[in-house]
Design a protein around this ligand. Structure first.
Ligand code: PEP
Ligand code: MG
Length: 566
C-alpha cells in the first residue's frame, strides 16, 4: 500500500490507464539517407493530416462548425508548400525530420509572435499545436483518448491538467491517482465535483505501474493498493458499499434548512465549473451557487468563447438555479490554470504573476465581453459578480468603472439587464485580508478563497507535494486571517461567504459558525454532509471550540484539537 493525499472521497477498484507525459523530447541525428528521411516526414504529414481531419469531424459534432474549422486549418497550414518545401530542404541538408520541422516552425512562430496582434497570435498558437502534433506523430507518441476510456478505468498520471480532467469521460473512470497536486489543486476540485475517488501526490507511482494493472484507490484514507490480493478486493468492496450507504443516508437532509442545533441559520451554496452542474446543485439541495469558476468555459478550445456563448452559459446557470443566487467569478486564469490560445508567456512565478483580475484589467476587450455577457444574463436570474485575486482597492474600482461603462453600452443598445448587480470581492490574498475594511467600502459582499489564502499566507505553493505539510488552513496564521476577514465584514455590514475548500472541512465548521460566516460554498456532493455537521453544532459550543482553537500555537495542536471534537 502506498500513501498520498486523500483529494476526493470514495473507493475505486479498477484497471490502470497511464496518462503519458506530454513531453516530445527527441535526440537530433543526421540521417544516412535524406531521401528516406523526407519520406518519413511525408508519411507523418499524411498521418497527421488524416488524424486532424478526423478530429475536426468529431469536433464538428460536439462543438460546432467554427471549432472544427480551426483544426481543419491546422491540416491545411502544415501542408502549405511554403512550409513543407522548407522542411524538406533542411532534411536534404542533413537534418532529421524532427529537427527540420522544429526549426522551420519555430522560425514562423518567432516571426508571427513578434507582431503581437490577436490574429497573428492565434497563428502562433496554431503553429505550436501543429508542431507538437507533428512531433508526436513522428515519434509515435500516442495520446490517451480521455473521452473514450474502458469501463472501470483508474487514471494514473504525473499530474492531470484541469483541461484533461474536464474532458474525461467520467462514466468509466472510477479513480484518479497522480504524483503531483494537493487537496485544492484544480484536478482535485474537479475530481470531487465529478465524485471520482482521487489520491494525489503519490511519489513515483507512474513508474511502478503498467497499463492494465489492477489497483484500488481509497480516496477516504488517501491510500493506493497496487495489484491487490483477492481478500483485499473483497474488503474494499465492503468498504465501498459502506461509504455509498453513508452517502445515501444523508438523503434525509434534503429539503431541510441549514441551521445549527440552536437554530442559527446559514446559507449553503455550491461551487460549480459549468452551467450544467446546476442540475447537481439542485439534486443535492444546494441553496445557490457561491462560486461559478468561469475559466472552465475558456478551456479545451482553441479560441476565446464569444460574448454570445458566455451569455448562454451564464443565462443557463441563472435559469438552472430557478431564481436562487448565482455568484459568478470573472475569469481567473494563470497559476495552475493555463489557456494556451491566450498566448501568455511562461513565468518564473505563475502564482504571483499575470493572472486573474490583473490579466482581465489589461485585456479589457476580453473582460468587457465577459461583463457584458454577465449583465445580459442578469435579466434571467439572481446573478452576482465576483472578482478574483484582488490585492488593492484600485482593482475593484477599475473593474466597477468598466462594469458601469458596459452598462451604459447596454442601455444604448436597448438590451435588458438588472441594475445594481452586486459585485463581490474574493478575499484570497494576505493583502486583501489586511485591507478588508477598505475593500468592504467598495464591495457588496466578500467570499473567502481559502485555497489561495492559505497558499499566499503560508507562502506555500498549493500544488507542491514537497511543502504540502505547510499547506493547511489550521495554521494559526490562516485561522487568524479568516477570523479577521469575517469580523471586518460584520463590522462593515456586508455578507461574507467562503468558497475555498475549507468551507467543507468538517473540522473547521464549528470555527466558521463561531466567527459568524454567513454562507458556505462547497462542492455539490458535500452539501448534505455540511448541513448535517452544522446541524450537529450548538452556537455556544462552537464559540467555545473556536476560542480554544485560536489559543493554540501550532497547526498540529489545532488539527489534533479539532479532530478530538469528533
Ligand atoms: C480559492 O482560492 O479558495 C478559490 C475558491 O479559488 P480557486 O480554488 O479557483 O483558486
Ligand atoms: Mg483562488
Amino acid at each position: 500500500m502506498v500513501r498520498g493525499i486523500n483529494a476526493s472521497a470514495g473507493i475505486g477498484i479498477g484497471t490502470v490507464a497511464i496518462v503519458g507525459d506530454q513531453q516530445v523530447a527527441y535526440t537530433p541525428f543526421q540521417p544516412e539517407d535524406p531521401a528516406a528521411e523526407v519520406k518519413r516526414f511525408e508519411n507523418a504529414l499524411s498521418e497527421f493530416s488524416a488524424k486532424t481531419f478526423a478530429m475536426a469531424e468529431e469536433l464538428r459534432k460536439k462543438a460546432g462548425e467554427k471549432e472544427a474549422e480551426i483544426l481543419m486549418g491546422h491540416a491545411v497550414l502544415i501542408s502549405d508548400p511554403a512550409l513543407t518545401e522548407e522542411i524538406k530542404k533542411k532534411i536534404n541538408a542533413g537534418m532529421c525530420a524532427e529537427a527540420a520541422l522544429e526549426a522551420v516552425l519555430d522560425m514562423f512562430i518567432d516571426m508571427f509572435g513578434a507582431t503581437g496582434d490577436e490574429l497573428t497570435q492565434q497563428r502562433v498558437t496554431d503553429l505550436k499545436d501543429i508542431k507538437t502534433g507533428m512531433l508526436k506523430t513522428l515519434l509515435h507518441i500516442e495520446d490517451l483518448d480521455l473521452s473514450n476510456l474502458k469501463p472501470d478505468t483508474i487514471l494514473v498520471a504525473h499530474d492531470l491538467t484541469p483541461s484533461m480532467t474536464a474532458t474525461l469521460n467520467k462514466e468509466h473512470v472510477v479513480g484518479i491517482v497522480t504524483e503531483e497536486g494537493g487537496k485544492t489543486s484544480h484536478s482535485a476540485i474537479l475530481a470531487r465535483s465529478m465524485e471520482i475517488p482521487a489520491v494525489l501526490s503519490v511519489r513515483g507511482i507512474v513508474s511502478e505501474l503498467h497499463n492494465g494493472d489492477q489497483i484500488i484507490v481509497d480516496g477516504i484514507e488517501g491510500a493506493v493498493l497496487i495489484r491487490p490480493s483477492d481478500s483485499q478486493v473483497i474488503a474494499y468492496r465492503k468498504k465501498r458499499e459502506a461509504y455509498l450507504e453513508e452517502k445515501r443516508a444523508l438523503g434525509k437532509f434534503v429539503g431541510k434548512e441549514t441551521r445549527t442545533d440552536d437554530g442559527k441559520r446559514f446559507e449553503l451554496f455550491c461551487n460549480i465549473g459549468t452551467s450544467a452542474e446546476t442540475a447537481k446543485v439542485l439534486e443535492y439541495d444546494g441553496e445557490g451557487v457561491g462560486l461559478f469558476r468561469t475559466e472552465f468555459l475558456f478551456m479545451d478550445r482553441t479560441q476565446v468563447p464569444s460574448e454570445e456563448e458566455q451569455f448562454e452559459a451564464y443565462r443557463q446557470a441563472a435559469e438552472g438555479m430557478r431564481g436562487r443566487p448565482v455568484i459568478i467569478r470573472t475569469l481567473d486564469i494563470g497559476g495552475d490554470k493555463e489557456i494556451p490560445y491566450l498566448g501568455l508567456e511562461k513565468e518564473e512565478n505563475p502564482f504571483l504573476g499575470y493572472r486573474a483580475i490583473r490579466f482581465c484589467l489589461k485585456r479589457k476587450d476580453l473582460f468587457r465581453a465577459q461583463l457584458r455577457a454577465l449583465l445580459r444574463a442578469s435579466a434571467f436570474g439572481d446573478i452576482r459578480i465576483m472578482l478574483p485575486l484582488v490585492t488593492c482597492v484600485e482593482e475593484v474600482r477599475e473593474a466597477k468603472a468598466l462594469l458601469a461603462d458596459v452598462e451604459s453600452t447596454l442601455e444604448q443598445d436597448g438590451i435588458q439587464y438588472k441594475k445594481n448587480v452586486p459585485v463581490g470581492v474574493m478575499i484570497e490574498t494576505p493583502a486583501a485580508a489586511l485591507i478588508a475594511d477598505l475593500l468592504a467600502e467598495e464591495a457588496d459582499f466578500f467570499s473567502i478563497g481559502t485555497n489561495d489564502l492559505t497558499q499566499y499566507t503560508m507562502a506555500v505553493d498549493r500544488g507542491n507535494a514537497k511543502v504540502s505539510y505547510l499547506y493547511s488552513a489550521y495554521n494559526p496564521a490562516v485561522l487568524r486571517s479568516i477570523r479577521h476577514i469575517i469580523k471586518t465584514a460584520k463590522e462593515k455590514h456586508i455578507p461574507v461567504g467562503m468558497c475555498g475548500e475549507a468551507a467543507s472541512d468538517p473540522h473547521l465548521i464549528p470555527l466558521l459558525i463561531a466567527f459568524g460566516l454567513d454562507e458556505f460554498s462547497v462542492s455539490p456532493a458535500a452539501v448534505l454532509q455540511t448541513r448535517k455537521i452544522i446541524a450537529a453544532w450548538d452556537s455556544k459550543k462552537a464559540s467555545e471550540a473556536a476560542q480554544h482553537a485560536l489559543e493554540l500555537k501550532t497547526e498540529r495542536e489545532v488539527a489534533e484539537y479539532l479532530e478530538s471534537l469528533y
